[in-house]
Ligand binder design. Sequence first.
Ligand code: AMP
Ligand code: FE
Ligand code: FE
Ligand code: ZN
Length: 285
Amino acid sequence: MRIDLHTHTTASDGTDTPAELMAAAAAAQLDVVAITDHDTTAGWEPALAARPSGLTVVPGAEFSCYQRTADGRRISLHVLGYLFDPDAGALRAERLRLRESRLARARRIVENLAADGYAVSWPQVVDLAAGGSVGRPHIGRALVAAGAVPDVSTAFAELLSSRHKYFVPKQDTPVLDAVRMIRAARGLPVFAHPFARRRGPVVDDAVVAAMTDAGLVGIEVDHPDHGPDDRADAARLARRLGLVPLGSSDYHGTNKPTVLGACTTSPEALARLLEIPAARTPVAS
Ligand code: AMP
Ligand code: FE
Ligand code: FE
Ligand code: ZN
C-alpha cells in the first residue's frame, strides 16, 4: 500500500489540476492520496469526479496558522485538516478570510518587487493563480517568466522567503483556534512539516503539546523538508503525545522538485487515523 496524504493542485499553489493529480497518483502507483490545497476545498469535487478506480481519495486542506513565542515573535506553521465537513460554518468562514488575506498580501509583495525593478505585475499573478488560493509560488512563476530567477525554488531562496525584504505576512489563524475549528467541523487536524526549518523558525515541543490538548491527532514525521534528525524528533514527539505519525510528499507539481509518493504513510498509521470519528470517510471504489 502506497499512501500520500499531502498534495496541492491548481486549486492553490500546485501545477496539476485536481483531475491531473488523480492521474498522477495512479501513475505513481499510489493506493491512497489526499488532496490538501491551502485554505480551500475547491479541488475536492473535480478530484473526486476524476478519481480512477482503485485509488482512494482523502479530502482535506492545509491551513496557514501562526503561534506567538513568549517574547512576542510570530512563528508560521501549517495544520492539515482531513475529512472535515466543508459546510461547517466557522471553518468555512475562516477559509474565505484566509484566501482574501492571501490576495491583499500577494499584491503587496508584487508591488514591492515591481518597485525594485522586477518585471512582475499583479494582473499577471492573478492570471497564474487562475482563481485558486494565491500563494508565493505564483509570484515565483511570474519571476521565472520575467527571467529574474531560473525556477520557483530559487525565487524563494533569493527573493520570496520570510527573510527577504519583499516579504509580507498573511493574516493567518492562531494555531490552537485552527485545531479547534477543524475538530468542530468534525475533521482530523495534523501538524504539517513541524520542523521545516528552511522556511523559518519552528515551534518548540510545548506548543505541540498545547496543540494536542486542543485536539491535534497526528504529525508529519517523514516529509521532504525534514532531515534525519527532524524525523527522529517528530517520531519521538508522536510517541510521547500519542499522535499518529504520518509521511507525505507535499507534492506541488512543477512548483517544487518533490515527486508524488516521495514520502509515504504506513497502512497502520492510516488505519489509526481513520479510527477517529470524522464528518466524512475516504472515497474509494
Ligand atoms: P504562501 O502560502 O504564499 O505563504 O507560500 C508558501 C508556499 O510556498 C508553501 O506552501 C510552499 O508551497 C511554497 N514554498 C515555501 N518554501 C519554498 C521553497 N523554498 N521552494 C519552493 N516553494 C516553497
Ligand atoms: Fe504550498
Ligand atoms: Fe505546508
Ligand atoms: Zn503543503
